[in-house]
Design a protein around this ligand. Structure first.
Ligand code: DP6
Length: 331
């Protein structure tokens, strides 16, 4: 039984940072994201009794040990438990962007693995069930099943039956919206999100402020997206990201994801905005800066960003499609 799926990565406009339950992967607050059209993971899963043990290949490299392989194998166990099978599997994954560099590779990766794995195991899951399965692999993956603008509902159920992704609006709702991804440094990050957020919850004196305000930010973001109010979306996304980074840097020991080029881009965006070129920035658990703007300003911004030294790659993204099954397998 073999299946292949493609899932897009997503960038949060209001962030998920901190869990209320690590076993069920439940967030302290809801979050809102945009699915990206340019960055994705393709994954093929095959369950076959010929495999003596699970195998995981990432970008054509066999991953024997390490955290990624462990996460994939644990996720396969979850899928086997749901499908009531014990067959081992081979998993092959390809990202069209750098892994673990703050570009949400775990989001597209776990969403693609969930969709391909569930299908290969003969499970017939709907979008909500797929989002819940993805969430259990990586929280942000819950938002990579749907297209366009997506919210991950916080929910209240202790086992997370009501904590999943849901579309706010499809890509066609706002075709002018752009997220310009600036890849600053492709090295692996020091603090993985999972450990980083746990350390923040445990030691940051400002985390309670995050917890009190982040849910409301997401509810407001949803309304601003529906109204297509670019200024309101940009301002809130930037503020929410800086608020999250404020909790990161005041964690003990400190978690500083920024690179000098990260700060350089932020300073420029603020300056250009003052001069009348409207754009906003957002950063996740890595040095990359994602710049939000409208189509009319994309060209000028990309030109100016190209003038900042230290940016390795610039990719202007639109809201992207939902996760889908592909007919062509990777092996
Ligand atoms: C900063 O979803 O990677 O990108 O649930 O532990 O796998 P786990 O963490 P992950 O965290 C993403 C954090 C973030 C913000 C966001 O995408 O909302």
């Amino acid at each position: 039984m073999k299946a292949t799926a493609q899932a897009q990565s997503n960038i949060a406009l209001t962030k998920y940072w901190g869990k209320r339950d690590a076993k069920w992967m439940l967030p302290n607050n809801g979050s809102v994201s945009m699915t990206l059209d340019q960055f994705f993971t393709v994954t093929t899963v095959e369950f076959d009794s010929n495999y003596a043990q699970d195998e995981f290949w990432l970008n054509r490299q066999k991953m024997a040990e390490g955290e990624e392989a462990k996460e994939v194998f644990a996720h396969l166990d979850l899928i086997r438990e749901m499908a009531k099978i014990s067959t081992k599997a081979k998993v092959m994954s390809e990202n069209n962007f750098p892994t673990a560099a703050g570009l949400a590779s775990s989001a597209s990766g776990l969403a693609a693995l969930s969709m391909a794995g569930a299908n290969a195991a003969g499970l017939n899951l709907n979008k909500i069930e797929l989002s819940i399965l993805s969430r259990r692999g990586s929280g942000s993956a819950a938002r990579s099943i749907e297209a366009g603008f997506v919210e991950w509902i916080r929910g209240t159920d202790p086992e997370g039956k009501d904590s999943h992704g849901r579309q706010i609006a499809p890509p066609e709702h706002w075709p002018e919206f752009r997220m310009i991804v600036n890849i600053v440094k492709t090295g692996q990050k020091k603090w993985k999100s999972r450990a980083g957020m746990a350390q923040t919850v445990a030691t940051c004196p400002y985390y309670p402020v995050w917890k009190e305000t982040a849910q409301k930010d997401s509810e407001q973001m949803r309304e601003f997206i529906l109204k297509k109010d670019f200024t309101a979306v940009g301002k809130l996304a930037e503020f929410n990201s800086l608020k999250m980074h404020a909790t990161m840097i005041t964690t003990q020991p400190p978690i500083v994801y920024w690179h000098p080029v990260t700060v350089d881009i932020m300073q420029n965006i603020l300056q250009w905005r003052e001069e009348g070129l409207e754009s906003y920035f957002t950063m996740d658990a890595g040095p990359q800066v994602k710049v939000m703007c409208l189509e009319k300003d994309e060209k000028e911004l990309v030109k100016r960003l190209n003038g900042i030294s230290g940016i390795e790659r610039i990719e202007a993204c639109k809201a992207g499609p939902a996760a889908k099954l592909l007919e062509k397998h990777l092996f």
